[in-house]
Design a binder for this molecule. Structure first.
Ligand SMILES: Cc1cc2nc3c(=O)[nH]c(=O)nc-3n(C[C@H](O)[C@H](O)[C@H](O)COP(=O)(O)OP(=O)(O)OC[C@H]3O[C@@H](n4cnc5c(N)ncnc54)[C@H](O)[C@@H]3O)c2cc1C
Length: 378
């Protein structure tokens, strides 16, 4: 038998995550949309609710609940704010290299503060030379005694202006085929945020550049082995990064469906609610099928990850499916709203803008297909 239901504990956790999202995050959404800034209260609330502790092992102050729990939390948070789910998703992506590859000293130094939300993390891989081709990045390091000197420019980095624990990938200046990953700390000499992006959607999360100018990084901040940094970064992106985007997409799909059902039941045309029109029902049915199918793909991938098995291919498939489905759902939700779907007081306009931003992060749909094709052909 395959049991597709949440355990009682998981269901209780889902209800608690929903209540948290609706009471602590939802009231902040209008402000974040207006200012295009992450609200400090939101970060504080995520910390207080132990949302940052989910994947951190208990011995380092975390909850050690794993990746199904993380997906549940992200789906519920994204249902009210995709931007906040994104802030949290990239946080977990940023700390995963420390969890998987950090030394005992590094784990003890960083993880407890990250678990409480006192520290905020991110990962910086993408560069202007192309995110799909991480080897094409130009950020480079060289040895200087016990330290490393890192120079380069990272772009499209979530939490760029607010994170103080940053996993950065760079290539060896003398051997451009060798990459290493370092933990950088806010305030380090030579590290500063650059341009802040103004995104079409997910306005309530921070995206921007990180500039490294002769940034001096102590040798003890190297994560994993020197020259093996591509593996460190890709292991985190393949599981946690793409898994997190699945959570963002599922939450958005659910929000689109709920808003569409509500509107379709309230909007009366020809003397009856438009939910009775078959064209509208077809759209609702497609959204529901995609949501259920996306959940099967996503939660299966997270469950595989929780078993300590390889999950990158499952997550690539789930990320492709759910982010594409979220874009489709947002378009249908706007369509169902007729002219009201163009008016900003309706949340579906935000869903539409947020959906447009879901695709590229943690790898585009084209790249997900490249990975899934390799899986199919293996
Ligand atoms: C909101 C947001 C948040 C992000 N947060 C982070 C972050 O925190 N940290 C981080 O490091 N990065 C982050 N990114 C960057 C993201 O990972 C990249 O945008 C993504 O990898 C794509 O890279 P690119 O934008 O340079 O597009 P490109 O790589 O230039 O791609 C351009 C086009 O070429 C296609 N393409 C590329 N290669 C292939 C191929 N082999 N086969 C077929 N088609 C291909 C792509 O699908 C795309 O259509 C974020 C991006 C966004 C939008």
């Amino acid at each position: 038998m395959i049991d597709f239901t949440f355990t009682e504990e998981q269901e209780l956790f889902r209800q608690a995550a929903r209540e948290f999202a609706e009471t602590k995050i939802a009231p902040k959404v209008p402000d974040m949309e207006e200012t295009a800034e992450v609200c400090d209260d939101v970060i504080e609330a995520l910390g207080e609710a132990e949302m940052m502790a989910l994947t951190i092992p208990e011995e380092y102050g975390g909850l050690g609940l794993g990746y199904v729990a993380r997906l549940i939390a992200l789906e519920e948070i994204a249902r009210v704010s995709v931007a906040t789910a994104m802030t949290l998703q990239v946080f977990a992506l940023g700390i995963e290299p420390i969890i998987q590859f950090g030394s005992e000293e590094q784990k003890k130094k960083y993880l407890p503060g990250l678990a409480t939300g006192e520290r905020l993390a991110t990962v910086a891989v993408t560069e202007p030379t192309g995110g799909s081709d991480p080897k094409g990045g130009r950020t480079a390091y060289k040895r200087d005694g016990d330290d490393y000197i890192v120079n380069g420019r990272k772009c499209f980095i979530t939490n760029s202006h607010i994170a103080d624990t940053i996993t950065v990938m760079a290539k060896d200046e003398e051997n451009p085929d060798a990459f290493s990953t370092f933990v950088l700390e806010g305030g380090m000499e030579g590290l500063r945020p650059g341009h802040k992006e103004h995104k079409v959607g997910m306005r309530g999360c921070n995206t921007g550049e990180l500039i490294l100018e002769n940034c001096r990084v102590p040798g003890e901040n190297l994560l994993g082995k020197e020259g093996k940094g591509m593996r460190v970064a890709m292991a985190a992106i393949g599981g946690v990064g793409r898994g997190g985007m699945v959570g963002c997409a599922l939450g958005l799909q659910a929000a689109c469906l709920e808003a569409s059902i509500k509107f379709a039941q309230e909007r009366v045309l020809y003397g009856k609610p438009i939910s009775r029109l078959q064209t509208i029902q077809n759209k609702l049915a497609e959204m529901k099928i995609d949501l259920e199918a996306g959940r099967l793909l996503g939660y299966r991938a997270a469950s595989v990850q929780d078993q300590g098995l390889r999950s990158d291919r499952e997550f690539a498939a789930a990320k492709h499916f759910t982010t594409e489905a979220a874009q489709k759902a947002a378009k249908m939700a706007v369509d169902i709203h007729g002219g009201y779907g163009c008016m900003e007081e309706y949340a579906v306009t935000r869903y539409w803008r947020d959906a447009a931003v879901l695709g590229p992060s943690a790898g585009t749909s084209d790249i997900m297909k490249v990975i899934v094709a390799r899986w199919a052909l293996a």
